[in-house]
Structure formats: structure tokens, C-alpha cells
Design a protein around this ligand. Structure first.
Ligand code: SF4
Length: 224
């Protein structure tokens, strides 16, 4: 492979590449993929690899922030790459070409492990549940950028060993709900995911978010 050429820094400063707005570099366009919740399924990894081969030069970078960059994309192949990755659930999160991870993006506040079936200790599909939880929290502004919400496949808490304002801990297909503690903490209650999500949606609709004590109360009425 020939040595990669780079453009002068001034040509790239401020550019936040995405699939819809790839950035010119010395070896063609660079398209950046932002894995939702920082995780990729096996199928998504295959889609990225196939996309890099079919629509770029096959070269994939991993950035310091855990994003992926597909290099050697052309003006003609960029839309096809964006379409292929959108079908794999890796499309841009906004369509105006702006930064794909905003400071108040609620996904930044949600930590999640692979869960089941990727990990044999898990019994719940953690990434799917974490994505839905982030969506439920989306109306709320001001969630922290550090993990304040954690969805864990089990009490080991691999994705976030420390305490979070709200932690859902998978066990036997449902979730123990831990408030202001780690995944190994004492649960306030135990709920099926849909029931937990319903309560979180209602709290969010009322403008309540963790760590507001009023938010915690939506889980306090059936402490066991
Ligand atoms: S927290 Fe449990 S389910 Fe999740 S990756 Fe770790 S061991 Fe697996």
C-alpha cells in the first residue's frame, strides 16, 4: 500500500466527518462511522468491513474516541456506503452534516455492555435496551457526559464498574433497578424492561431525570 498523504491541517480544521459529509484527505474521502453506544454487533462489523472494501480502499481506522473511519471513499461511492451502513443501523444520527455526537446527546450518558447473546453471563439484549433507554431520555437536556445511566447484563458491571445514577442490572431476563450505586448494588426494585422503560418515559415526560430525587421515586413504590 502506498504511503498515505494528508492534507494541510488548515484544510481539515473544524471538519467533523460523517457518512453524509466525508472529509477530503490525501487518499480520497474519509467517512466516519459513530457506533451507537460505542458498540458494534458482529453483523455491523461485517457491514463496515464489506463497506470499506466495496466503497473505499479497504482501510479502516479506529479513532481515539472509538469511532471508525473508512478511507479511500469517492464522491460516487460515498452515498452507497452511507446507504449500506444505514441499513446496518450505523447511519448518521443527524442529517445536516453536523457533529454526530452532540454534548447533550443522551447516548453519551448511557453505558452498556454487550449482554446476551454475546456474553454468556447476560440474559437480556443490553445494547438494544440501552438504545431504547437513551431514546426515552432524549427529551431531557443536561444529562452528564459521564455515564449517569448504566444498562448491565449482569452484576459484574463490565461497561461501568463505578456507581451510576440509574443502573439496570440484567438477571433472568428482567432487570434489577439500582439507584445511585454500581451494578453490584442493592436494587430498589425488579422490573421487566418494558415496565422499567415505561416508568422512565413517564419520569422524562414530567421533566425528571437522574439524579433528581423525584426521578428515583418512580422506582420506590414497590421496593421489595
Ligand atoms: S456485565 Fe455481565 S453480561 Fe455484561 S459483559 Fe460483563 S459479564 Fe457479560
Amino acid at each position: 500500500m502506498s504511503a498515505r498523504r494528508t492534507l494541510p491541517e488548515g484544510a481539515r480544521r473544524g471538519w467533523c466527518p460523517s457518512l453524509a459529509r466525508p472529509m477530503p484527505t490525501g487518499d480520497g474521502l474519509l467517512a466516519r462511522v459513530h457506533p451507537p453506544l460505542g458498540a458494534l454487533s458482529a453483523a455491523q462489523m461485517r457491514a463496515v468491513a464489506a463497506g470499506a472494501r466495496a466503497h473505499g480502499n479497504g482501510h479502516i481506522d479506529v479513532t481515539a474516541r472509538g469511532n471508525l473511519q473508512i478511507r479511500g471513499v469517492s464522491e460516487a461511492s460515498a452515498p452507497r456506503l452511507a446507504c449500506a451502513l444505514a441499513q446496518a443501523g450505523l447511519g448518521d444520527t443527524r442529517d445536516d452534516g453536523g457533529p454526530q455526537r452532540l454534548p447533550d446527546d443522551p447516548r453519551r450518558a448511557v453505558a452498556a455492555c454487550p449482554g446476551a447473546p454475546a456474553c454468556c453471563s447476560g440474559t437480556t439484549p443490553v445494547p438494544d435496551h440501552a438504545a431504547r433507554l437513551a431514546q426515552a431520555l432524549a427529551p431531557l437536556a443536561g444529562l452528564g457526559t459521564a455515564a449517569s445511566v448504566h444498562v448491565s447484563g449482569c452484576a459484574k458491571g463490565c461497561a461501568h464498574p463505578g456507581p451510576a445514577d440509574l443502573t439496570l442490572v440484567g438477571r433472568d431476563g428482567a432487570y434489577d433497578v439500582v439507584l445511585a450505586g454500581p451494578a453490584s448494588g442493592k436494587p430498589a426494585t425488579r422490573l421487566a424492561f418494558e415496565a422499567a422503560l415505561d416508568r422512565i418515559r413517564k419520569a422524562a415526560a414530567a421533566g425528571l431525570s437522574p439524579p433528581d430525587p423525584m426521578f428515583s421515586q418512580v422506582f420506590q413504590d414497590d421496593v421489595r
